[in-house]
Design a protein around this ligand. Structure first.
Ligand code: GCB
Length: 599
């Protein structure tokens, strides 16, 4: 090896080391972020649309040191700097760019965001920069330092940025790229709008040097009614005291952490149980150091017995509906309690006790609002259609999204099902990928049920038989079917179903499109009458399925999709909603409501 090469390798190693140190600021997601000491960085952010990633790569496609993250300003009159965040327009964060700038409606690419904010430097506290979600690929800089790179559009992540903050004005710059990719999760094709941007809250979280990172509190078993509580600190520190206080249950405990910074306890208690009819939540306080975290937590059990689904030990039928995370009126990403409340109120009017939050983890406000309203939840990661099953990074990405979904919501009583996939093509590689994911989900949370939306795509002699190797990994067998829409129009009455597994069955999708206000014969596509008849026939057909434990028809509300191009009818909306994009109820809404009201 000559001298030059040695020097290059040394430089490279040093570079990696420095990069490693510089980027090692990502810390595990802090749970229950809204209960912490937070400063919101939501609001108007300047943005620059960067079609060719000029702000990141030089003209040889190498990452440049002079990128937009420098937030440079001309120092002398002759200086050439071809961008200026402060002259750029602003958009609202959280929010998607597709509905905030007409030019960006179909845009899939890179947009840079910049926000200035004031900080008074804490003495010994730490500051975490928290993102509720950014779709899809993002890089974050704080005062010119790269905090990290995150992939995945629907889960939270945070960086410890303490050492880079300064008294007074600070600048955060975020590069967001929502280009679809074959190896991504979701992959290149999916039937919903690829809303780009910083779609959920951005918060600066003030924490003590040692803080409660996450905790889990739940009803361990019905017999003898025991609650189990476990708490994890951000540091593996033994001997720290953590208090748990549930005033209404007269529980007051002090725990001491072990060498891993973890403490657990199991205790007798007789809480009222959370259920759709009585969504009882208890005020819970978790204390560590000078900080107290307040939460509201409900207690219930969920299990299966043969083909039965038991909530709190009693059989339950899941009267559900699927929902995308879109604003109730028009398109656009939803991210607030009010949006969730409107959507869930429609679901309640339908007679639902259950919602399938498709096809990715929805925002925390929505989950919590559903919990307050007594709505059980199926929560899902976007392993949708043709995932790159043999790609290790793709698996790591899916597993990370699953972990972050579970970690964020593990104390929500209303979530009963973690779903790991939707309509995936059968293969040995897929079975291995999803099998690993299912086992991993179970290792993280053994108190909830695991499912995935499988499919039956054809029948011989009107006999539909569900066959999927994944049956052994799931607790609940769920499948999507579109008889009357994509296949076998008018044949629903003749169809028979065979689900050869001794597990509860959920029909996770069925439905058909209708344009609100379009009327005609029941065999005329796109009319409300066609959809109404499809619901009547499907409900009669599905009712006969042995072990049917619930359903989540597709879908509550018409939603934006780039795949739905039929002019005058679809206009880039998937029209399978039982409610239109303007909130109008279609005829099928009342068919389903009547059916649910009778069950
Ligand atoms: C499906 C997918 C869902 C689509 C729906 C449809 O099977 O799971 O994401 O939107 O069909 O409308 O075709």
């Amino acid at each position: 090896m000559d001298k030059y090469m040695k020097k290059q390798i040394l430089l490279c190693l040093l570079g990696c080391l420095v990069a490693g140190v510089v980027r090692a600021t990502e810390v595990p997601q802090v749970a229950n972020v809204m209960a912490r000491q937070i400063t919101s960085l939501n609001g108007a952010w300047n943005y620059i649309v960067d079609v060719q990633e000029e702000g990141y790569y030089d003209y040889r496609m190498n990452p440049t040191r002079w990128g937009f993250f420098c937030n440079a300003k001309p120092q002398k009159p002759e200086d050439l700097i071809e961008y200026d965040f402060d002259k750029a327009p602003t958009m609202k964060v959280p929010g998607d760019w597709c509905t905030q700038d007409q030019r960006l409606f179909f845009y899939e690419g890179t947009v840079w965001f910049k926000k200035s904010f004031q900080v008074s430097k804490p003495t010994d506290h730490r500051k975490l920069l928290y993102f509720g979600a950014v779709n899809y690929d993002c890089r974050v800089w704080v005062n010119g330092h790269e905090a990290g790179h995150h992939v995945g559009g629907f889960t939270p992540f945070n960086y410890d940025v303490t050492d880079w903050l300064k008294e007074g004005e600070n600048v955060v710059i975020v590069k967001v790229d929502n280009k679809r990719k074959a190896e991504a999760v979701p992959t290149q094709i999916f039937d919903w709008w690829n809303y780009g941007g910083i779609t959920r809250d951005v918060l600066l979280v003030d924490v003590e040097p040692v803080y409660v990172e996450n905790y889990s509190l739940q009803l361990a078993s019905m017999e003898g009614r025991r609650l189990s509580f476990s708490v994890r600190l951000n540091k593996a520190e033994a001997g720290r005291q953590v208090t748990l206080n549930i005033p209404e249950l007269k529980i007051k405990k002090t725990l001491t952490t072990d060498a891993d910074g973890i403490a657990t306890i199991s205790m007798k208690a007789k809480p009222q149980l959370w259920s759709p009819e009585n969504p009882k939540l208890y005020k819970v306080e978790i204390g560590c150091g000078e900080t107290t975290l307040n939460d509201e937590i409900g207690f219930r059990t969920i299990e299966t017995r043969g083909k039965q689904l038991l909530l709190n030990g009693q059989p339950i039928f899941l009267k559900g509906i699927s929902i995308h995370e879109e604003k109730p009126f028009g398109g656009g990403r939803a991210n607030c309690t009010e949006d969730a409340h409107t959507l869930l109120t429609w679901a309640k009017e339908l007679g639902c006790n259950f919602v399938r939050l498709a096809h990715y983890p929805h925002n925390e406000y929505a989950i919590r609002e559903a919990e307050r309203m007594g709505m059980l939840v199926w929560s899902e990661i976007p392993c949708y259609w043709t995932i790159a099953w043999t790609n290790k990074d793709t698996y790591a990405n899916a597993e990370r999204q699953l972990t972050d979904m579970i970690r964020r919501d593990q104390n929500r009583a209303n979530i009963i099902i973690w779903s790991i996939a939707n309509e995936t093509p059968h293969s040995a590689q897929r079975d291995q990928f999803l099998g690993n994911l299912a086992q991993y989900a179970r290792s993280l949370d053994s108190t909830r049920l695991i499912s995935m939306a499988m499919e039956v795509t054809g029948a011989s002699n009107y006999k539909n038989r569900l066959q999927d190797n994944m049956n052994k990994y799931v607790d609940v067998v769920s499948f999507n079917q579109y008889i009357g829409w994509y296949r076998d129009v008018n044949d629903a009455p003749k169809m028979e179903w065979e689900i050869p597994y001794d597990k509860p069955v959920i029909v996770s999708e069925f439905g058909g499109g209708a344009k609100y206000g379009l009327h005609g014969a029941k065999n005329q596509r796109w009319t409300e009458e066609f959809q109404e008849n499809l619901y009547i026939e499907n409900l009669a057909m599905l009712e006969k399925i042995d072990g049917l434990a619930g359903m989540t028809p597709w879908i509550l509300k018409d939603f934006r999709s780039p795949r739905r191009v039929l002019d005058g009818i679809q206009d880039y909306y998937n029209r399978k909603g039982v409610v239109s994009d303007k909130g109008e109820k279609k005829k099928a809404f009342f068919v389903l409501k009547q059916w649910y009201d009778k069950r």
